[in-house]
Design a binder for this molecule. Structure first.
Ligand code: ACO
Length: 335
């Protein structure tokens, strides 16, 4: 495994505020029964999902991201104008370019500050927050908004029952500021294996396969996934990422107050927690409400957990993600 943590970055930043935004429209398992050959029973048993929030016509990734960032800034007690940079983690930006971060900046009238996207699929929020921590450690920036935002339902094939039941839309955000010696990032770990990119991707729409009649006819502008292979890799990578994070933070599983994993499937979440010896009462689960929202899933869960009273001063939270690429990563943060 490559080196993963720059000791200078330990404690460099802390999370001052969190926020989220999910679309109002809801797609239930019963709704999906009318679209493909599936059942509430199958979806619940195999994934833990019951509902997912879905964008409406005219609602885009950058809208969700901007709303989540506003919520996080308010929670942090800061003005949006206090931000020095915006990082958006997404695999479903409004367009190939400009970045979603630039569109968020436009929405919020924050012209002038740095803005860029991170592409690491479902691990994007862990990548983005690690990047923010390092940028703050370097002294280049002071206050950074990190957002995970997705509209996966826009690239979902509603004729493919093996994928269409899984995905939802939403955004979550955090405000990262310099650490104060007590609260902050205790460990950050990132990894990837591009050799497995074929197991989970959207084949067309980039420069390799630009849109054509053929790509549209062959449904190549939607998510393609080898579910069972992804499942096995997800459990293995999330387990090793969690173990690595504990090691880097120099803590034991007992020291973790709350585990928030990427919400892809309740069986993946439970298997990861059990392998890392974190008991069920310390594991946050909201996959039943949102489905898999990729880069948005961890920050949405983090905000829910915080505002629901599960995170207060002194709480140690471990976050672990896995996604297309393959990518994976983990963070331990003391609040
Ligand atoms: N309803 C009913 N039956 C279904 C459905 C459905 N929606 N989908 C598949 N099936 C059937 C299959 O056709 C298959 O039938 P068969 O045995 O007659 O061939 C059977 O159910 C079992 O299919 P599996 O694919 O083996 O089911 P599995 O238990 O693996 O669950 C799932 C599938 C939920 C997709 C699981 O593999 C999974 O969660 N994979 C990981 C997804 C993930 O973690 N993604 C993370 C990253 S996502 C990102 O980066 C954007």
């Amino acid at each position: 495994m490559p080196p993963t943590f720059n000791a200078k970055a330990r404690g460099a930043s802390r999370i001052l505020g969190t926020g989220r935004y999910v679309p109002e429209r809801v797609l239930t398992n019963k709704d999906l029964e009318k679209i493909v050959d599936t059942s509430d029973e199958w979806i619940t048993a195999r994934t833990g999902m019951k509902r997912r929030h879905v964008v409406s016509e005219g609602e885009y990734t950058s809208d969700l991201a901007a709303a989540a960032l506003k919520d996080a800034a308010e929670d942090a007690g800061l003005e949006l104008s206090d931000l020095d940079a915006i990082i958006v983690a997404t695999a479903t930006s409004d367009m190939i370019f400009p970045s979603a971060a630039c569109l968020v900046q436009q929405h919020l009238d924050l012209g002038g500050i740095a803005a860029f996207d991170i592409g690491a699929a479902c691990s994007g929020f862990i990548y983005g927050t690690t990047m923010a921590n390092s940028l703050i450690a370097s002294g280049q920036f002071g206050t950074i908004g990190v957002i995970g935002a997705e509209t996966l339902t826009r690239i979902t094939n509603y004729e493919d029952r093996s994928t269409c039941v899984l995905f939802g839309d939403g955004a979550g955000a955090v405000i990262c500021v310099p650490g104060n010696g007590k609260q902050g990032v205790m460990a950050a770990y990132l990894g990837a294996d591009g050799n497995l990119s074929h197991l989970l991707n959207m084949p067309a729409g980039g420069t390799r396969l630009p849109a054509s009649y053929e790509t549209v006819d062959n449904r190549l502008h939607s998510i393609h996934m080898e579910g069972a292979e992804v499942f096995k890799s997800a459990v293995r990578a999330m387990e090793s990422s969690a173990v690595k994070a504990l090691e880097l933070a120099d803590i034991t599983p007992e020291d973790v107050d709350l585990l928030i994993t990427h919400q892809a499937n309740i069986r993946i979440i439970k298997a990861t927690a059990s392998r890392v010896h974190i008991p069920p009462e310390k594991v946050y689960i909201n996959v039943h409400e949102y489905g898999n929202t990729s880069a948005a899933s961890i920050p949405i869960a983090l905000d829910e957990a915080r505002k629901g009273g599960l995170i207060s001063e002194g709480t140690t939270v471990m976050m672990v993600a896995f996604g297309g690429g393959f990518t994976w990563g983990s963070l331990v943060v003391s609040f």
